[in-house]
Design a protein around this ligand. Sequence first.
Ligand code: XLS
Ligand code: NI
Ligand code: NI
Length: 441
Amino acid sequence: MKKSQAHFPKIPPIAYEGPRSENPLSFRHYNPAQIIDGRSLRDHLRFSIAYWHSFRGVGADPFGWGTIVRPWESGRDPLAVARTRMDAAFEFFVKIQAPFWCFHDRDIAPEGRSLAESNRNLDRLVAHAKQLQKATGVKLLWGTANLFSNPRYMCGAATNPDAHVFAYAAAQVKKALEVTKELGGENYVFWGGREGYETLLNTDLKREQEHLAAFLHMAVDYAKVIGFKGQFLIEPKPKEPTKHQYDFDVAAGLAFLKTHGLDRHFKFNIETNHATLAGHTFQHEIETAAAHGMLGSIDANTGDLLLGWDTDQFNTDVKELTLAMVSILRAGGLGAGGFNFDAKLRRPSIDLEDLFYAHIGGFDTYALAFKLARRILAEGKFTQFVAARYNSYNAGFGRDIESGRVGFKELEKIALKLGEPLSHSGRQEYLENLLNQYLHG
Ligand code: XLS
Ligand code: NI
Ligand code: NI
């Protein structure tokens, strides 16, 4: 890229300078080239940039319009602006050393006056993205369709009471699948932005859930038709924008997918802020998905415990991320998934530098958490503690319980014979202190 074309002229490529670095535009823990177990940290972590927040977000909130004005957003022709914006985005991906990006169809290309025009606009920008991917080596972690911003989707997309809207959404996802394949996307995400309801006075819940299942089956079928081999992901969220969202959390998603015979085709994309909105920890959602072999990918962000909506902040909480990483590594990692920074700048963070500081903090905290989690697992103290806690199931009638060889009758005999069980401490405070030794030395 020529100097005159640079969109971040004052910001150098961000390099790893080590934990002692005092340069705020450097990594202190994320050294992408570092080899760990024969793989680079870049490949272990698979960081991704969310196009919608970092290149379409303007800092608007319900009380005020945008605060963030980017130099590349000027110009009369929306398609030309979309191209320049994409050039800026890829320059950022390279400077921040992110190997992946993610987008919604409508993030990258303006919606036209008809579906056909929208598709043509999308094709233009997809061709541009393909060139930029080739030139930079940045790859597509996942694609998705925006089925929630346009007013036509105000009552849902696949769960809309009007079959015409269902058909329109189907056409949009068909195209989004095609372009995700075209760009080599490794996953495809379904986040049910408006797949839920506000009031049962106007809603047939059962029918809407069946329609959602039918929609997802159509997506699975169409992926086969076009030979899209990427992993399908469901991204649960309990509320916002709708009051009751059908994919409330991983547990609700599991029940839904299993009920409708979709579990073989899907894994979960777990977002930190969605987990906490559902009243869970991030780690809880990861463990629940992992317990079913359905941990797919992560939307890396965080909320604010004092606010009841999806604030999508960059996560710098070492403890929360270390616990999450322990669960992710124990599950064998994310496979084709990655850590997508579905996070946005605060409304007053208006400078280009802020975009860098935000991602540096996110990348570094995840990289540090990854290293701490590896140490925790390698030393095995928690693993041994937990294993010992369940020892009684390894032999005798405990083993018979697990293997289904005893029932209430046999167990009653045993209970009458053995009498009152001995109580054992759960040692929570001891374990919390042990965790702090890893986090703070
Ligand atoms: C919104 C979601 C959204 C999905 C992609 O809360 O997190 O950004 O990740 O549609
Ligand atoms: Ni998300
Ligand atoms: Ni979200």
